[in-house]
Design a protein around this ligand. Sequence first.
Ligand code: CTP
Length: 399
Amino acid sequence: MLSGKRILLILGGGIAAFKCLDLIRRLRERGADVTPVMTRAAEQFVTPLSVSALAGEEVHRDLFDLTKEAEMGHIQLSRSADLVVVAPATADLLAKMANGLAGDLASTLLMATDTPVMAVPAMNVRMFLHPSTQRNVAQLKADGIEMVGPVEGDMACGEYGPGRMVEVPDILAAIENHFGPKPLSGKRILVTSGPTHEPIDPVRYIANRSSGAQGTALGEALRNLGADVVFVTGPADVAPPSGVSVVQVQTAQQMLEAVQASLPCDAAVFAAAVADWRVLTQSHSKIKKQNGALPVLEFAENPDILATISHMSEGRPGLVVGFAAETDDVLAHAQAKRARKGCDWIVANDVSPETGIMGGHENAVSLLSDAGVEDWPRMDKADVAQRLAERIATALAAT
Ligand code: CTP
């Protein structure tokens, strides 16, 4: 897949630089040539010797190097690649890139290059959330730099939050995706994901066991095929995909509003496990115990987001896909659901506890459409997502 591709890898000075050793190895396993460049700070985290040994090439480190300029000038170096990857892209490197500074070899190459640039940020959560970094990231995106991550997670500095570098397989996927065919390029696709939380009072809520894993996998697969993904998610366990527009909501009502605000789109996939009911008698203060008397909760039905969008008379997405989570008579219930809700396709799955599907890594689904029922074998949720994304690409190409 990456055979013959030339990657100029610029390593910034962050603890995540150690992951780039593995990245170099895997890029080369896939047939890519890796030309490494290190900032001075990067050398504090990994040694130039390790980087060069894995890359099979010498490391470029100095801007003013007479010998190297005689062999290959820095301008030529900046243009010798098919893709420039900056990983870890530290706050300092992002700031230099966003503001056109060129005081060392790495930043000069980034200024001088005319090839696409992918930045893989990694830094402390406060540094990432700092308004200046956020400004720089927005500027770089506007400048056409491809941003991969960061994601939320535990950090080497002991804090938690966005700023963690995406894992090496995700960087590889982004690089492969960069060079791969993009059948969904220019298509805007909405995905709902995760559970919703319906408040009982300010400290309690009703939820369900959806982890958001299938929705996130779907968002990633659609993004990898080039779609512009709007990802509307309830409070899920699994982090949303990187490189998509994420809208976080809590309740079904908020999810409906976020979905409506995201239209128009070419296709919409409703993978969220939306709560069917909300508590009508929601209390604005914490409900207290009352000498053994039990609270009585009154419910109201939530709006059906999938049905609302499927039945739109104007501005309906060209393809609407729902999921049917069932515990018995899966196909019969899913057929009925498809007809009732008015969606084009239903992805039916059996979520009985013994299947381990809800909250697990695998899924066994059937795809119901006008063409009939297709049973897919049990597979990883990422593979279900990939297959579904490819089917969506085929369907949209035919319209
Ligand atoms: N869905 C939705 N809004 C709701 C409920 C469900 O958009 N208020 C969507 C889900 O995202 C999914 C599909 O509808 O794509 C089916 O969800 P499911 O929970 O299986 O069905 P229900 O509507 O809850 O129907 P039932 O109670 O009969 O199982």
